[in-house]
Each structure stands twice: as structure tokens, then as C-alpha cells.
Write a protein that binds this ligand. Structure first.
Ligand SMILES: [Zn+2]
Length: 212
């Protein structure tokens, strides 16, 4: 559901531009609101969430989908952990739909889906692995990389029950906003994918803006 935010960027605590192929990893505190802004349109922001005080508790696509009875995420979606707790809630969304079924791109899946010579292309999973290695203080390792949300990505379920990667429904300036219900580690990979239309074959930066 399309809902605009009343928040003004002038009153934000901070904002970070995240180039395609880079990551954003920070704690968003309980009560804070985080906006992911699709600056140029048709980008995909592959995002993981962990309880900052107990990182073994993390985002669960399974629990989130089951409890809301909908495979797509938008305004009103409660982002649930594997312990059934609300981690965040989507409070504004001008894109209208976000995926949590498609998973993140990896060198392995690029090889299977596209071609053997795609093996060396940079992928979201690489960015997450780099992020956990460069930020050891969070206590996360590659074993902690699990379900994710693909903000702005269009992965419709077909009549036959299959999944397709389609051209994005986002556009320049569209955003999604989440209010944290607990202190959460946000690990966002701004997707560098060049082989499918999730970012129109042209990866571009996104901006992460946080308010108190
Ligand atoms: Zn990706």
C-alpha cells in the first residue's frame, strides 16, 4: 500500500549514500525510523536484520510471510524474527511492494542462473561476507547470513506458483521506511547485479536515512 512519510530529511539524524556493490551496516535503535531511498530507480537493496542485543535472533522470512498471510511486503508489514518478535514495521512505502522470496545474488547462483563465466562477478553475498569480516564487533560470521528482504525488487509469483525476476516497479525517489521495534543491526547490500532486470542492468546508489 502506498503511504507517504511525514518525515523531513532536514530533521534526520544522519544519511548515508550506499553505492551499488557496497554495503551499509549499522545499529538502528528501538524507536528510530530508517528510510531506504531508491535514488535513481529500479535498484535492489538486499537487507538482513539482527537483534543488536542478541544477534542469534534474526529476520525470518518464513515467520513474516506466515503471520501476515502475504508473500509481498509493504506498508503495515511487520518484520518478524525467528523467535516471532516484531523487529521493525514498514510505516511508509512509495514503491508498493518488496520481495522476500528471491534471496540474494551470490556467485554460485549467478553461475547456475546465467553462465559459468559469471562466477567472478561481484554479488550481494560477497558484500555481506565483507561486511561481517570488517565489523567483527557485531559477532556475526558467514553462518549468520540467512533470509533477507529485497527492497524495491519485483519478484512476482506466477499463476503456476513459480518465481520470476521482473523489471522493477520502483522509480527515482521512491522509498520505504521502517520503524524499529527493537535495537537492530541492519546489514544492507546495494545489489551490483548485472544479469537480471532487478536493477535495469544498471546498478545505482541508494541512500539510508535515519531519524530519532
Ligand atoms: Zn544482489
Amino acid at each position: 500500500m502506498i503511504v507517504e512519510s511525514p518525515l523531513k530529511t532536514e530533521s534526520a539524524l544522519y544519511s548515508n549514500a550506499v553505492p551499488a556493490g557496497d554495503y551499509f551496516m549499522k545499529v538502528v535503535k528501538k524507536g528510530q525510523t530508517m528510510r531506504i531511498l531508491d535514488l535513481k530507480g529500479n535498484q535492489a537493496a538486499d537487507t538482513l536484520f539482527y537483534n543488536a542485543n542478541e544477534p542469534a535472533e534474526r529476520y525470518s522470512a518464513v515467520d513474516t510471510i506466515r503471520e501476515q498471510g502475504n508473500v509481498y511486503l509493504s506498508t503495515g508489514s511487520k518484520i518478524l524474527s525467528d523467535q516471532g518478535n516484531v523487529m521493525l514495521e514498514i510505516v511508509a512505502d512509495t514503491c508498493g511492494r518488496h520481495d522476500t522470496l528471491g534471496g540474494a545474488c551470490a556467485t554460485e547462483s549467478n553461475t547456475v542462473r546465467y553462465a559459468i563465466d559469471k562466477k567472478c562477478m561481484h554479488a550481494c553475498r560477497d558484500s555481506w561476507l565483507l561486511a561481517v569480516a570488517e565489523n567483527e564487533h557485531y559477532g556475526l560470521t558467514k553462518r549468520d547470513i540467512t533470509h533477507n528482504i529485497n527492497f524495491f525488487m519485483n519478484v512476482p509469483v506466477t499463476e503456476e506458483g513459480g518465481l520470476t525476476f521482473e523489471d522493477g516497479i520502483s522509480a527515482p525517489g521512491k522509498y520505504v521506511e521502517l520503524k524499529a521495534h527493537m535495537d537492530v543491526i541492519v546489514l544492507l547490500s546495494n545489489c551490483p547485479q548485472l544479469n537480471n532486470p532487478c536493477n535495469a542492468y544498471n546498478p545505482t546508489p541508494v541512500e539510508v536515512i535515519v531519524w530519532n
